[in-house]
Design a protein around this ligand. Structure first.
Ligand SMILES: CC(=O)[C@@H](O)[C@H](O)COP(=O)(O)O
Ligand SMILES: NCC(=O)COP(=O)(O)O
Length: 252
């Protein structure tokens, strides 16, 4: 079975919008794990807009104590700045089970592309080795919707896995053109497996597109899902929460 790693970035977005401690990232992550999620993902960004370095350390402790995977995502080339020690330093402190390298630009709204492996291969290789030295499995964010995903170059970095960037698939599904896109993703996944790379997937996966993706794309080891999952949780949780408030009002 493909494992589910819940991305809790969005819980931190809401928390940071008020400046206090609610909603509590650790409590939300614990709830996800108690519901059966196989792991927790976060993608701290240099501007600390959601997950902060202290969240990373707290989640590392939680996942370690529960024996589940902690997947830390980020751009290894983004320089440190106040409040963000840099991705490698975070990995050194938190020792995540999996480090997923993502080539985000600074200030980017969200991740929107994978690596250009032909170009980035040589600078990724020493980072992969360094992360292996910290005990992390290494996954690289990869485009599957382009003509050449650069899988041989990705494998040459020494990484263990790639994470297929599924944003374009989600968009195509919403536009009704998902089938052609799925064929591309399936071909890239097969190619990666034959090159010795495990395959993860993530970005904009949701209850409306996940089953189709997993039916078509072979051997997906892990999906990391955050934005849609948290949105869906709001819809699913609003009615019982409103009812709880009404019960208080009735009893007052
Ligand atoms: C790599 C990836 O697709 C996700 O980690 C995504 O980038 C989530 O980050 P945000 O929550 O900042 O959009
Ligand atoms: N790696 C993808 C991820 O962690 C979650 O992305 P999204 O579901 O928030 O788009």
């Amino acid at each position: 079975m493909t494992v589910l790693s819940v991305n809790v970035n969005k819980i931190a977005v809401l928390r940071n919008s008020r400046g206090g401690g609610e909603p509590d990232v650790l409590r939300a992550a614990t709830t996800c794990l108690e519901a059966g999620a196989h792991g927790i993902t976060v993608h701290p960004r240099p501007d600390a807009r959601h997950i902060r370095a202290d969240d990373v350390l707290a989640l590392a402790g939680l996942t370690r104590s529960r024996g589940v995977e902690f997947n830390l995502e980020g751009n290894p080339f983004a320089p440190p700045r106040p409040g963000y020690p840099g991705f490698l330093a975070l990995c050194e402190a938190a020792r995540p089970a999996q480090a997923t390298l993502v080539p985000d630009g600074d200030g980017q709204l969200t991740s929107d592309h994978g690596f250009d492996f032909a170009r980035d291969r040589d600078r990724l290789r020493p980072l992969v080795a360094q992360l292996h030295g910290l005990g992390c499995r290494v996954s690289l964010f990869a485009d599957a919707h382009r003509d050449d995903a650069g899988i041989e170059h990705a494998a040459a970095t020494g990484a263990d896995r790639i994470e297929l960037y599924t944003g374009p698939f989600a968009e195509a599904m919403a536009a009704g053109t998902g089938q052609a896109m799925l064929a591309r993703f399936a071909a890239v996944a097969r190619h990666a497996s034959s090159a010795g790379l495990g395959v993860n997937a993530g970005h904009d996966l949701s209850q409306s597109n996940l089953a189709a993706f997993l039916r078509a794309v072979p051997g997906v080891l892990e999906v990391s899902i955050g934005h849609a999952l948290v949105s869906e949780a709001l819809y699913d949780g609003l009615a019982p929460t409103v009812q709880s408030y009404l019960a208080i009002l009735r009893a007052a």
